[in-house]
Design a protein around this ligand. Structure first.
Ligand code: FMN
Length: 364
């Protein structure tokens, strides 16, 4: 069914401006009921952050920014969905065009700049489906014009704690000027203190909602040392590695498009993001689990992320190039790998290659 639909729609969607195509995809997913949920193989189940994931493949932040279709995405086979980024107050983001496909490189550049319908609209939607089950996390970000960005994160924790499975604290979008400065040691320490305090205050009415930090793949290893040190000290529940990159790998072929400003994702991001994941894994020393994101477009790249240190994975850009059947393909490849190795679950593979990867030449 999914395959049939896609055969007709994907070539058409590719003719559209990427943002119009995305809007159309959200509209289509919003038509209920889309597809029936099929149960996952038990060996794909993952327990992390106190949550039970039916499978490790998540929808990355940025696809369902306003929480319009989390349940449709879960029915399509994702093990979890991260909605957002949501900002406290609605904001329009940057002027269009602001999303670009690099077809030959199978990459995407975006400089959306946190276009968000704002916390109230997203809260209404999440509250309406909160009893529906399934793991839905919210990715939170500061308003561009905010005078106190940390206060924005605190406010969003207070707003969403009762209705979400986890928080992803986004301090790594390259498209809000100054946002990545929250990754600097002193500011980051302050951010974590206030965010974890807000989470603790909310736990009386909402239970303890896991807090994950989403970092940039562009950090230096010294910066990563500081971030991981602070994250361990403040007992965060996990990290997501990572967001889009402002770098442009030398081999990119879609030349004029590659020079557009913004964050690059998809296949060209894979080497850098996977290396940063391995570097994070060896520094975390098992203190908390990691979600691996960036350039996953097959069972093999999903497995490489897991072996680099991820117990869960997320993807976005590859859906543009490979369509929805990618989700089922990745899950079946991972299950086959586990069966072949005689493993009952993915635990056995998490981080198996991390140390070796950190000894390799730095990816260009
Ligand atoms: C169009 C687009 C919008 C995105 N918006 C967000 C966002 O709002 N918040 C966020 O944390 N990441 C956002 N991302 C980054 C993704 O969540 C992910 O970290 C990145 O794209 C790498 O994964 P991929 O290579 O599988 O796409 C966005 C990515 C794309 C392509």
């Amino acid at each position: 069914m999914i395959g049939l639909l896609e055969a007709f729609t994907r070539p058409l969607l590719r003719l559209l401006d990427p943002e119009d195509a995305h809007r159309l995809a959200i509209r289509a997913l919003a038509i209920p009921p889309f597809v029936k949920l099929v149960a996952d193989e038990p060996r794909l189940a993952v327990r992390a952050f106190g949550l039970n994931f039916p499978n490790p493949v998540g929808m990355a932040a940025g696809f369902d920014k306003h929480a319009e279709v989390p349940d449709a995405l879960l029915r399509l086979g994702f093990g979890f969905v991260e909605v957002g980024t949501v900002t406290p107050v609605p904001q329009a983001g940057n002027p269009r065009p602001r999303v670009f496909r690099l077809n030959r490189d199978q990459g995407v550049i975006n400089r959306l700049g946190f276009n968000s319908e704002g916390a109230d609209a997203v809260l209404r939607r999440l509250a309406a489906r909160a009893e529906g089950g399934g793991i839905v996390g919210v990715n939170i970000g500061a308003n561009r014009e905010s005078a106190d960005r940390i206060a924005d994160y605190v406010r969003l924790i207070e707003t969403f704690a009762p209705v979400v499975s986890y928080f992803s604290v986004n301090i790594s979008s390259p498209n809000t000027p100054g946002l990545r400065e929250l990754q600097q040691a002193k500011v980051f320490d302050d951010l974590l203190a206030r965010v974890m305090d807000a989470r603790a205050r909310m736990s009386r009415q909402a239970g303890t909602t896991p807090v994950l930090i989403k970092i940039a793949p562009d950090l230096t290893l010294n910066e990563l040392d500081d971030l991981v040190g602070a994250a361990r000290q403040h007992h965060v529940d996990g990290m997501i590695v990572g967001n889009t990159t402002v770098r442009r790998p030398p081999g990119l072929r879609d030349k004029p498009t590659a020079s557009e400003a913004g964050g690059l994702s998809g296949r060209p991001l894979f080497p850098l993001a996977t290396r940063m994941l391995a570097e994070t894994y060896v520094r975390v020393e098992g203190a908390f689990p990691l979600i691996g994101v960036g350039g996953i477009d097959s069972g093999a790249t999903a497995l490489a992320k897991i072996r680099a240190g991820a117990c869960l994975i997320q993807l976005y850009s590859a859906l543009v190039f490979h369509g929805l059947r990618l989700i089922a393909n990745i899950k079946s490849d991972l299950a086959n790998e586990l069966r072949r190795g005689g493993h009952a679950g993915l635990d056995a593979l998490v981080g198996a290659d991390a140390a070796a990867m950190t000894a390799e030449r730095w990816p260009s």
